[in-house]
Design a protein around this ligand. Structure first.
Ligand code: NI
Length: 636
């Protein structure tokens, strides 16, 4: 199915292929997209929230697109907004790479580094010193360079390149890292800036190939059938399931975006989340080796994971009665590219919803839980990530991120030992983190929301706690943006309640939704380090900002080679009032990964995420009207 509907798009519909074609035509006509220019990013410029909330079907809609352009001949970069309806460029801001950072990596830059290095004599010599005579048999990828204040890189568009041997074109390279060697390449001039060679190290020889059997023969088939089809309805990007309604969006940077999530209650749809996405992610590595100290990949801001989505396959990626949506992204030439079956949606049985057998009256009732699953999977180099949004019958919203694929590798020796696991003979997998920045633009029963930090409050034994058994609850309103920079505390059962102070439940208390954090480690890098400056968002579990349409990304608009300080630290500098305002929650969660031998040669899915739960939002359990399942009816 398509997310973009025909002639009368809703303001939040993702750009259709014909709109991308139109943007391209306008950019060419205005002389901005020339032979030497590339489109590094192109996406819907969403109208400000107020306009979207005021929109009624049939209203005129102004469709806008935002693009990052890079001219490979002049190195000039632009941040432009195009009005598709008006057929013109509305704004064009020059990007200064030394201050603003670089536009995201281009697909063609992987081919470029291969071309440059395979023609480079010093690179060939470095490989020859390691017994590699054929540079063609070495896998190379343009890796984001980070920002380390190196004078020779100031204002230059740079990638760093690590090498892995591919014994045959069918082999997986990751088992055979060429350690002690890294190249820095200028991506615009197409020249090698520097080759760092700390000397040959043994290249692990054991194959990392998998997937070829022999296979166990013990599995009987599992079939999931819904003879009457799923319980949801789809109208373009508008999805309705049980009492939920929401709009799906897709962006080549963020991937899947969810809009206007609401729940029908008392004959009307009550808004909960205006927009939800994972707006950034970063994978910092912890090995200080001169070959890989710079390894910190912002898979969203630098590589734009949305354009790296997989086309999903029925029976493999998704089981049962599946609805797929195609996504449309933009290539470097500004042409639309359709990723078929990028988004998977289905309904799952999820065990018991509630159950009680009463000893007094003998009543016996069970209801089954279901969830709506909306997901997409991306491949970023060696790693694969699945993003799974779940909506449950009882009003719970959950995001689960699945990390799988192949760990990044180096040579394992005494030097590497403190910073890496040995996952196969002589093969190191450096310790690292996968940190995600969710952006949750909340509208709990309206735009005026506030955040309370809620946790246990145990008074010392004495007058206030005569038996030592007291459990009380402390509720602290987070009044300003700086007050709301917070960390999780699992021992205190700390949650953050997004409440609407103006809307009360039947007990007279403000309605709310609580963010339950997993509370795992935030960014481990020390203050003052390059990655701490660049990924400051990831140093804390919670930030809350006043809504501003231009504040979209936890690490800022341009992340590639950005010196740091952009995004949340900049957004919160004015310390705006967030008490009873239009607010956005930003939540950091993730994995700290000490690779296991079991993670080699391919890693079983590991997960992380968060949950949003209604708390005082409904007047009682909202699932009392869920009928007994057919099977249960037959039991009784
Ligand atoms: Ni990992």
């Amino acid at each position: 199915m398509h997310l973009s509907t025909g002639k009368h798009p809703h303001p939040l519909d993702p750009l259709a292929a014909r709109e991308i074609d139109e943007v391209r035509r306008i950019l060419v006509a205005e002389g901005l997209l020339t032979e030497t220019a590339r489109v590094a990013y192109l996406g819907l410029e969403e109208p400000p929230k107020g306009e979207v909330l005021a929109y009624r079907p049939g209203d005129p809609v102004t469709r806008r697109a935002r693009a990052f352009l890079l001219d490979l001949a002049t190195e000039a970069a632009l941040d432009v907004v195009v009005s598709i309806g008006a057929g013109r460029v509305e704004s064009r801001e020059p990007i200064d790479p030394a201050i603003d950072g670089q536009v995201p990596m281009l697909d063609e830059e992987h081919a470029l580094v291969r071309r440059v290095l395979r023609a480079d004599a010093a690179w060939a010599e470095a490989l020859a010193r390691r017994g590699i005579d054929d540079p063609q048999g070495v896998y190379l990828a343009a890796l984001s360079a980070g920002h380390f204040g190196l004078a020779e890189e100031e204002g230059r568009r740079v990638a760093r390149v690590l090498a892995h041997v591919m014994p045959t074109p069918e082999s997986l390279p990751w088992a055979h890292p060429v350690d002690g060697l890294v190249a820095y390449v200028d991506l615009v001039k197409g020249e090698v800036l520097e080759i760092v060679d700390t000397g040959p190290q043994p290249i692990p020889q054991e194959s990392g190939d998998y997937g070829h059997g022999p296979f166990r023969t013990t599995q009987k088939p599992i079939h999931i059938t819904q003879p009457d089809g799923p319980s949801f309805t789809v109208d373009g990007p508008l999805v309705r399931w049980e009492k939920w309604s929401l709009r799906l969006g897709y962006d080549m940077r963020e991937g899947l975006t969810l809009h206007r999530i609401g729940f029908e209650d008392g004959g009307r749809v009550r808004p909960i989340v205006y927009r939800a996405s994972v707006a950034e992610m970063v994978v910092p590595y912890g090995d200080p080796s001169p070959i890989r100290f710079w390894q910190n990949y912002f898979d969203t801001g630098e590589y734009q994971l949305g354009k790296l989505a997989n086309s999903l396959e029925l029976g493999c990626d998704c089981l049962g009665e599946i609805t797929y949506f195609d996504a449309v992204v933009t290539d470097g030439a500004g042409l639309p590219k359709v990723i078929t079956n990028a988004i998977c949606m289905h309904e799952e049985d999820y065990g018991v919803l509630w159950k009680h057998t009463d000893p007094a009256n003998g009543s016996r009732e069970t209801r089954r839980q279901r969830r709506l699953v909306i997901s997409f999977f991306v491949t970023v180099g060696n790693y694969d990530y699945g993003f799974y949004w779940y909506l449950y019958l009882d009003g719970t919203i959950e995001l689960e991120v699945k990390a799988t694929g192949i760990v990044f590798t180096g040579a394992y020796d005494e030097r590497a030992a403190p910073y890496a696991s040995e996952v196969a003979p002589g093969l190191a997998a450096p310790y690292h983190q996968h940190l995600f920045g969710a952006r949750l633009d909340m509208t709990v029963d309206g735009v005026a929301n506030a955040v309370d930090e809620v946790e246990v409050d145990i008074p010392p034994a004495g007058q206030d706690n005569p038996y030592g058994s007291v459990i009380r609850r402390a509720v602290t309103r987070l009044r300003t943006e700086r007050e709301a920079v917070r960390d999780a505390d699992l021992k205190a059962e700390r949650t953050w309640h997004v409440v609407n102070p103006d809307v009360r439940n039947r007990l007279g208390r403000p309605v709310g939704y609580a963010l339950h954090a997993e509370g795992r480690p935030t960014l481990l890098a020390t203050p003052g380090s390059s990655i701490h400056e660049r990924a400051e968002f990831a140093t804390r579990h919670l930030w809350v900002t006043r809504y501003h349409p231009a504040e979209r990304y936890p690490a800022g608009d341009l992340v590639n080679q950005h010196p740091g300080g952009a995004g949340l630290p900049a957004y919160t500098r004015a310390d705006r009032d967030i008490d009873g305002q239009d607010i956005v929650l930003w939540h950091t969660f993730g994995l700290t990964h000490f690779p296991r031998t079991e993670d080699w040669p391919i890693m079983p899915v590991d997960t992380c995420g968060f949950v949003l739960k209604p708390v005082g939002f409904f007047d009682r359990n909202p699932t009392l009207d869920v009928p007994p399942s057919a099977a249960e009816r037959s039991c009784h």
